[in-house]
Each structure stands twice: as structure tokens, then as C-alpha cells.
Design a protein around this ligand. Sequence first.
Ligand code: ARG
Length: 464
Amino acid sequence: MTDKLWGGRFAEDITQDVLDYTLTVDVDERLVFADLWQSVAHVLMLGARKIVPAEAARDLLGALLRLRDQSENGRLRLRPELEDVHFNIEQQVIEDLGREVGGHLQTARSRNDQVSTDARMYLRRVQLDAVEANLELIGELLGFPEEELLAILPGYTHGQAAQPISVAFWKTAHASLLLRDVRRLRGAFDRTDESPLGACALAGTSFPLDRQVTARLLGFRAVLSHALDATSARDYLIESASAFAIGGNNLSRMAEEIVVWSGHEHSLVEVQDAYATGSSIMPQKKNPVVAELARGRAGRTAGTLVQLLTMAKGVTLGYSCDLQEDKPYLWHAIDAYLSTLRIVAGQTRGLRFDGARGEELCWDNFSTATELANHLTAGGLAFREAHHVSGALVSALIRRGATLRDTAASAEILAGLGHPVPEPVLARIFAPRTAVTGYTSPGGTSPRSVTAVRAELRAAVTAY
Ligand code: ARG
């Protein structure tokens, strides 16, 4: 027999290496609150159902609440030799009350239902924190100043200038996709918010448990009934990791735009000084490090998803120790995702877009060639023909080293192509601002469309 809580059938203790290899006290720090509260709920139920004597239940509650106080004062230390948070709390209750009373705590409970209950309780908090942080960022994006409805940016496809858009259009695009991250997180929350407590080791128990009561006390929406499923399931956790990975990727794509557009060649946006750092050698540098890291940290969230899928795929139903590998990486992903969401909200608040620069670039980069095709189409030409004429104009201008600014050259080339358009008309249709104000289709870049989309998004946000 060893002095471990499980020591009855053992003749010798584990070696230090084995302990070091198997313990989870470090990652379990985040589960202390959950383990204590679920123990309180469990004991209340055990007492009410007379599974343990009333006085024992009362004493157990006293001991647990003392541990809760210690924990809140930062004085609850998890001892590595006790392997994990569950054994730590049980051991400390036993040290407080003696084995006769303290030994009742683990009646009709296993670390297998316990660890999943803890993880779900912690994860629910994180999911709601992530929803809140997303809403904060969405609020920043939707709170754009009115002038950004007409502040121009080149819109890109294939990394090539495509059509002019407005800064407000870009911001609402990110708000729109982040709202899906919110929905995904809420979906993951619903499937996390089910109580495995009372499933015991895997097969349930002969004690007359009331699983509804413990679930309700811990704020779970429902009981996850099937004991084997409840102790084995990690899909709720993988689903969360997936929501974090997708969210991380979305933030990374926005970050990439900031990094590229803040470079000298684009000069479309400048991050606030407080969100950039300088170089040890090159005095001119202003590096958008927050955006770079928001992009880089998406590696952690993506990596965690793959790690969890790989970790779980070979585990038969019923707990196996592989499953304890879920937490360390998930914690990293959580920290990466939440910290990125929060800092990106701050960075977004301080972004300064240069709409005049965007407008200049759009005059030069042929972004409004589609407008000529549309104009000719409105005049009766088939769009495919009009596309051809417009393409021929672009090609001829490029050969001359000219751009759509050169309306005289354009008028002459078009006349030569048999499709004369007066210069003042060209000046109007090639102006980036004309495109931006004119794209009034639902969801388009015009101020009217963007304002309507913003209202839709705001209404959707209030649902949370
Ligand atoms: N520390 C373990 C984990 O993190 C708790 C569950 C252990 N259960 C067991 N039967 N070994 O997953």
C-alpha cells in the first residue's frame, strides 16, 4: 500500500520521473474554481439524497468553502505530488476533516466526470469572453466616422487592384465576418453547456444520484445523460478549438491587410504609434508589430485544433490519459485568441486611413475600367463586347504609359475603336468616387448600401 489516494493495490510508489511525466497541476490551476464549485454542488446533492450523512455533508461544505476562501486569497497551492487538481482538493479536504469524514467527498464521482465538468465550466467562461471581445471589436468597426463612407481604398482580388471601395465598406466586411465567429462561439457554448457530472467513471453508479440538481446548481443548461458519452466526449472542446482557430484566422487576414497597406508603397493606413515599434538600426522604421503578431499567433490557434483532433482520434470510448493532453494546448489557444481579439480592438480604434491616397491609387491602377464597360453596356452594347473595348483601352493606355486620368488620350483611343465617349463623361465614370457612390446594390460599397448593412449588423449584434 502507498500513501496515494489510489494506493490500496500498490506495493510501491511512482518514481519522480513518472510523476513529472503524468501530472497536470500546472494546467489545472485554471480549473480550481470549477473543481471547488462542482464539489460543493456534488456534496449538496449527496447530502440531500442521503447518500452521505447530513453532518458529513455539512462538514465537507465547510472544508470546501475554506478552500474557496484560500483560493480567492491566492493561498491555495496545488501540490505536484498529488498529480492534479482533483486529488489536491480531495486530499486537502481529508487533511482538514480527517479520512472518516473527508473520505466521503468522492462518493459516486470519478475524476473522469469531474475533469470534463471542470473543463466545460472554464470553457463556458472563455467562450463568453470571446463573444464579448468580438462584439467589442465589431463595435469598433461599425463605429466608423461618417467620412469613411466616402474615404476610398483600392479593393483587391488576386492581390491586384480590382475596384474602388470605401473604408467603411472594408470595416463592415470585417464586422460581418466576425459576427459569424460570434455565432460559432455561441454554438460551441450550447454544446459545452451540458453537465457530465454524475456520469462517474464511465458506467454511472448504483447510488441514487440527482444529476439534474448538480447540473442546475452549476448553471448548466442540461444534463449530458449518457455516462459513457459524458466521460469520453471531447468534441465540445475540439469544436471550441475550431471556433478559436477560425476566429484566429479571420483576425490574421485583417492583420495582413494592415501590414501590407501600412507599408510605404501602399501608404493607405497608419497604425497608431502606440501599436508599433521601431528598429534598433533603421531610424525610419515604424513596424506594425501588433498586426504582425495577430497574424503570427493564428498559428497557435490553428495548431491547437490539429493537435486536439490528432490526440483524440485513437482514443476508444472511456477515459484514457491521452485525453489529458487536451488542456495545455487549448489554454495556449485561448490565451492567443483572447489577447489578439482585445489588442486588435484597440489597434482598430487608432487606425488612420488615407482616403485621398486611396483615391489617387485608384485613378492610376485602372480600378474603374469596369465602369467604362458598364457605361457602354447601358448604351446598348452587350457586356462582353463592352468588356473587350474597355480592355483594349487599358492595353493601349499602358502601352503609352498613360492611365485613366488621361481622358484626352482615352477619348481618342475609344474613338479609334469605334466607340466614342466624350471626355467629360470619361472624367466622370473613371472617377473612383463615382464608382463608390454608384454601387448601390444591396451589400455594395455605396454609402447607402454600407449604411444599410451597418444597421443590419447592429441589429444582429443586439441579439447578444
Ligand atoms: N488530470 C486528468 C486530466 O487532466 C484528470 C482525469 C484523470 N482520470 C484518470 N482516470 N486518470 O484529464
